[in-house]
Design a protein around this ligand. Structure first.
Ligand code: NAD
Ligand code: DAU
Length: 378
C-alpha cells in the first residue's frame, strides 16, 4: 500500500535510524523528513539514503504553522511520526524557553495542522495516524530500592522482565502518573498531553510511546555515551555528575526504531506503549565499561584510562533512577530488544572509533555546512 509519511526530526539521533528503516523497508512509501537542522540535526547522518527515490528532505521548523499546513497538503501526508524536539536535559536547565517553544508549541502546531488537513479530506481520519515519540522522563524518578546500589545487570538477558521484577523493584508503567522534574521532561509531558487531548477532543487517531535512554551510532556528543567515548579516545577528563550512582535503562537505538515501525503499523489508536531495554545501569558502571572497551579496542593496557574519571557537581534536580516496564509492547505486539547490551555497546564503541571523521565534523561545527553545500542552488 502506498503511504506518504512525514517524519519530523529525522536528521537527529533517533530520527535518522527511523528514516533509514522506513526508506529501506518500505520502497512503496514516500518518506518526507522534516527537520529544522538545529545544532542537533546533521544531514551527514543520512548520506547512505539521501539519493533514494522514496525519500525527500525538507528544512522547516515544526512551529511554522503555514509551512506545515502547506507541506501536509503538497505531499498528501497520511501518517506523521513526530520526533523533532529539544532533547538535552542540561540545555533545558540553562535555557528552558526553547524547550517550551519546540516541544510544546511545535507539537501543538503539527497536531492542529494535521487535524485540519485530515478533517478537510473526504475520507477524514480513515487510514491516518499521528504518532508522537516521547520519553520515560515524563514519569519522574524512581527510588534506588537496593540501599547498596543497583547491581548493573551486564550479564543478564536484556529482555528478561522476570529477572528484573524478581528484585522487587519499581518500574514505570503506562499508567504511572506524570511527574516531570526537568524543564525538558516538563515540556515533553506538555506535548504528550496535547496529543492525547487531540484524540479525546477531535477523535484524531493518535498513539504515544515513552522510551528509555537510547544509545548507538550518530548520537550528538553532548550525551553521556558518545561524549565519554570521544573523551576516552582523546584522554580528556570524564565529567561524572555527583557520585555517578544515577541509574538509566539503556536501549540500542535500532531497537527503538524497530519498535516505532511495529507501533506505527499495528499499535492501537489512543494507546500508550512504553519502550525499554530491561537494562539498568548505574552511570559509573557504564563509564567503566566504556573505558575498558575503548582501551581494549585501541590496544591500550587495561585500566590505562581509569584516572580520567572526574567527579563534578551534580546536575540540578538530577533524577535518581529511570526504569521502563515494556511488557505491554511485548505481549500485545511481540516486540523485544534484539541486542544484548554487551553486543550493543561493543558495536557502538567500534562505530565511534571507526567514524572519527563524523565525530570531528560534529565537534568542529563543520557538519552545519553540509546542508548549505548539499542543497546549494536548488
Ligand atoms: P536529537 O536532539 O538528536 O534530534 C532532534 C532533532 O529534531 C534534530 O535533528 C533537530 O534538528 C530537530 N529539531 C529540533 N527542533 C526542531 C524544530 N523546531 N523543527 C524541526 N526540527 C527540529 O534527539 P533524539 O535523541 O534523536 O530524540 C528524538 C525524539 O525522541 C525526541 O522527541 C526525544 O524527546 C525522544 N526520546 C529520546 C530519547 C533518547 O535517549 N535520545 C529517549 C526517549 C525519547
Ligand atoms: O530517558 C530518556 C532520555 O535520555 C531522553 O528523553 C533524553 O532526550 C536523553 O538526553 C536522555 O536523558 P539523560 O539526561 O538521561 O541523558 P544524558 O546522556 O544527558 O545523561 C545520562 C546520565 O549520565 C545522567 O544521569 C546524567 C549523567 N551524565 C551525563 C553527562 C552528559 C554525567 O554524569 N556526565 C555528563 O557529562
Amino acid at each position: 500500500m502506498k503511504r506518504n509519511i512525514l517524519i519530523t526530526g529525522g536528521a537527529g539521533f533517533i530520527g535518522n535510524h527511523v528514516v533509514r528503516l522506513f526508506v529501506n523497508k518500505y520502497p512503496e512509501y514516500h518518506i518526507i523528513n522534516l527537520d529544522k537542522l538545529t545544532y542537533a540535526g546533521n544531514l551527514a547522518n543520512l548520506r547512505d539514503i539521501e539519493g533514494m527515490p522514496n525519500y525527500t528532505f525538507v528544512k522547516a521548523d515544526i512551529c511554522d504553522y503555514e509551512v506545515i499546513k502547506k507541506l501536509l497538503a503538497q505531499y498528501e501526508i497520511d501518517g506523521v511520526i513526530h520526533l523533532a524536539a529539544e532533547t538535552h536535559v542540561d540545555r533545558s536547565i540553562k535555557d528552558p524557553f526553547v524547550f517550551a517553544r519546540t516541544n510544546v508549541m511545535g507539537t501543538l502546531t503539527l497536531l492542529q495542522a494535521a487535524n485540519e488537513y485530515w478533517e478537510s479530506r473526504p475520507e477524514g481520519y480513515e487510514g491516518k495516524r499521528f504518532y508522537h515519540i516521547s520519553t520515560d522522563e515524563v514519569y519522574g524518578a524512581l527510588e534506588l530500592t537496593d540501599p547498596e546500589g543497583i547491581e548493573s545487570p551486564f550479564t543478564t538477558k536484556a529482555s528478561s522482565a522476570e529477572h528484573h521484577h524478581a528484585y522487587g523493584r519499581e518500574f514505570f508503567l503506562e499508567t504511572t502518573k506524570y511527574n516531570p522534574h526537568s524543564p525538558y521532561s516538563a515540556a515533553k509531558a506538555g506535548s504528550d498531553h496535547f496529543v492525547r487531548a487531540f484524540h479525546d477532543t477531535y477523535g484524531m487517531p493518535t498513539v504515544v510511546t515513552n522510551c528509555s535512554n537510547n544509545y548507538g551510532p550518530y548520537q550528538f556528543p553532548e550525551k553521556l555515551i558518545p561524549l565519554f567515548i570521544n573523551n576516552i579516545r582523546h584522554r580528556k577528563p570524564l565529567p561524572v555528575y555527583g557520585k555517578g550512582e544515577n541509574v538509566r535503562d539503556w536501549l540500542y537505538v535500532v531497537d527503538h526504531a524497530r519498535a516505532i515501525d511495529v507501533i506505527f503499523h499495528r499499535g492501537r489508536v489512543a494507546e500508550t506503549y512504553n519502550i525499554g531495554g530491561f537494562n539498568e545501569w548505574k552511570n559509573i558502571d557504564i563509564i567503566k565499561v566504556l573505558i575498558k572497551t575503548v582501551d581494549r579496542l585501541l590496544g591500550r593496557p587495561e585500566g590505562a584510562d581509569n584516572d580520567l574519571i572526574t567527579h563534578i557537581s551534580d546536575r540540578k534536580g538530577h533524577d535518581v533512577r529511570y526504569a521502563i516496564d515494556s511488557r505491554k509492547l511485548k505481549d500485545e505486539l511481540g516486540w523485544e530488544p534484539s541486542l544484548q547490551f554487551e553486543e550493543g555497546i561493543e558495536k557502538t564503541v567500534k562505530w565511534y572509533l571507526d567514524n572519527q571523521e563524523w565525530m570531528d565534523n560534529v565537534t568542529s561545527g563543520d557538519y552545519q555546512r553540509y546542508y548549505v553545500d548539499m542543497y546549494k542552488g536548488r
